[in-house]
Design a protein around this ligand. Structure first.
Ligand code: NA7
Length: 544
């Protein structure tokens, strides 16, 4: 029986998104036998699964791409400033083909467990189709936002219509034409779906729990001259991206404080950002203290609330759409005609904070103020972020302790640099908890992690080191530093997926490093330069 054979490899990588594809490329270049396992039937990670209407990236396309290959960077042409999901998926497929990655990627295969064996210092990895692998290194490229959060509403199984979660949207065409559709959730995803489907459906009912700040994306086709300039300055682009705060190559520096300008100066700057469009115009190009100072934050919050009042005709709807949390402390959002959509006759808004959803009935959704009849329900309810996808795998380190136990279901999540965690030798996480991950331009962060991990594994090979493990004190210090940086901001004061508050019962922990991509890169490099300071290294001889 072929399946009983144990396949021996240097490295097993989970996931074939941006992370897994690049990790495979680098490890293969460095001469390590590597295989990537992907549960879906294609490469692309979240960009393979997020096929819902209106799905786009809200980071600028050129910024949101790989820079490890100048040739790739120069030969690929993005059509628009903010790419559609299908174009990003096309890009990742192109990358897989260009670098001949597919021969080491096994699709339709889920890693169900990874156990570390202290006898031979190797990981035993099991797949859902019964294969067993033995690898020296176990590397997670599962992504931070890939495990769907479907709230456990009573009665969903009795719903007679169809329902979908945006993160698992079917490949087949979903016909919404002439249907009564309900969308639950108004995060980044809901705000893309709602305007995209409103013209097509018979009636759209939006179930909103928290009103959101959103700014216009003002997406447009790329100007070939701009693209040429960026490509001609590839090295500078790459350098700026790597050492910037957010992983973007932006040139415009935000002013120090919103409170140092007059109200007129501030409004002028905010209006310019509103006209330019995109979240980054506000975040990177207005003021540095927006997410650090309550009064500074309020200046922008008021500006956006006024915009909502001006766009939405019905004052009651405008009021319901008016957010009250600190701008930017939930994932900042950009849109195309989101608030305008509420001026349509076939769109209505239900405030489920005031009137919570009681149950899903066979005919629709019942809130405390009545039943809404629907043919289709779209769950735009987000993800079990940061730890959800890691916990789906039975990962066991030393002494047979699971990652979930070690992190006490997330409450005690501690990592060293977001890359490793003590008790789990020779395991690496790409954009793991407590790294800049989702509060950065993710491809920049992925490239940095993948390159650091590859250099580290090469160092271990070249120095006959058998085991690398994060030390507890180093991990404790990093985790504490992460929390301190976060607590100095307004991010920890808001309920969001950043804090785990979106998933009922999930412990509240802020698991993203906010110290900036450039400083983080320098810290990681310094640790490597000092012979992997904070890690214990054991050579083959010592172990024997
Ligand atoms: P988000 O940003 O987590 O948004 C989920 C939305 O669903 C948000 O409006 C939630 O309200 C709402 N929600 C979640 N659970 C419920 C229940 N039980 N009842 C009503 N409403 C609910 O997910 P997205 O998919 O939009 O975006 C995730 C990230 O993917 C995005 O930030 C990008 O980085 C890519 P809440 O605000 O929690 O009150």
């Amino acid at each position: 029986n072929q399946k009983k054979e144990v396949v021996h490899l240097d490295a097993v990588v989970v996931g074939a998104g941006f992370s897994g594809l690049y990790m495979l490329y680098r490890l293969r270049e460095a001469g390590f036998s590597t295989r990537v396992f992907e549960a879906a039937d294609g490469v692309g990670g979240v960009w393979h699964k997020n096929r819902y209407p209106g799905a786009r990236c809200d980071n600028e396309s050129i910024d949101y791409s790989f820079t490890f290959s100048e040739e790739l960077f120069k030969e690929w042409n993005w059509s628009e400033k903010f790419s559609k999901q299908s174009e990003i998926l096309e890009y990742l497929n192109y990358v897989a083909d260009k670098f001949d990655l597919r021969r080491d990627i096994q699709l339709n295969t889920r890693i169900i467990s990874a156990h570390y064996n202290e006898e031979d210092n190797r990981w035993t990895i099991q797949t859902n189709e019964g294969s067993t692998l033995s690898a020296k290194y176990f590397i997670s490229g599962v992504g931070c936002l890939s495990t769907a959060n479907v709230p456990k509403f009573k009665g969903l199984d009795r719903f007679e219509g169809k329902w979908y979660h945006t993160g698992n949207w079917p490949k087949e065409q979903v016909s919404l034409k002439g249907k009564r559709v309900g969308v639950i959730g108004t995060g980044s995803t809901g705000i893309q779906v709602i305007p995209a489907i409103a013209p097509e459906v018979d009636h759209l009912t939006v179930f909103q729990r928290t009103a959101q700040y959103s700014v216009p994306s003002r997406n447009h086709a790329y100007d070939p001259e701009y693209v040429r300039q960026v490509k001609d300055n590839f090295n500078e682009f790459k350098r700026k991206r790597r050492y910037s705060f957010g992983g973007f190559p932006n040139d415009i520096e935000a002013r120090p404080s919103a409170l140092e300008d007059t109200p007129e100066e501030r409004d002028h700057l905010y209006e310019a950002a509103w006209q330019k469009g995109g979240v980054s115009s506000f975040f990177l190009e207005t003021y540095q203290d927006l997410t650090a100072n309550e009064d500074a934050n309020e200046t922008l919050s008021v500006f956006i609330r006024n915009k909502i009042k001006n766009i939405v005709h019905d004052p009651e709807t405008a009021e319901k759409l008016s957010p009250t949390y600190y701008y930017g402390t939930k994932r900042p959002i950009q849109d195309t005609n989101y608030y305008e959509t509420y001026n349509r006759d076939n769109v209505s808004l239900v405030d489920v904070k005031a009137n919570p959803i009681m149950e899903i009935t066979p005919k629709g959704i019942r809130t405390t103020d009545g039943e809404y009849e629907l043919d289709i329900i779209i769950f735009a309810t987000g993800y079990d972020a940061m730890t959800g996808s890691l916990f789906k795998i039975d990962i066991r380190g030393k002494d047979n302790v699971t990652l979930k136990e070690k992190w006490e279901n997330g409450e005690q999540t501690k990592t060293y640099l977001g890359i490793a965690t003590s008790g789990f030798p020779n395991m690496f996480m790409i954009t793991g908890p407590e790294s800049p991950s989702v509060l950065s331009n993710v491809p920049t962060s992925i490239e940095q992690h993948v390159e650091w991990i590859t250099d580290c594994i090469e160092y271990l090979r070249d120095n006959d080191i058998e085991i690398l493990e994060a030390k507890e004190d180093a991990e404790e210090a990093w985790s504490k530093h992460c929390r301190e940086v976060a607590e100095a901001t307004l991010f920890t004061k808001t309920d969001s997926w950043y804090t785990g508050a979106n998933v009922p019962g999930k412990p509240r922990r802020f698991l993203i490093y906010l110290g900036g991509v450039g400083p983080y890169r320098e810290k990681c490099s310094e640790i490597a330069f000092k012979g992997y300071e904070g890690f214990s290294l054991q050579s083959t001889m010592e172990k024997a």
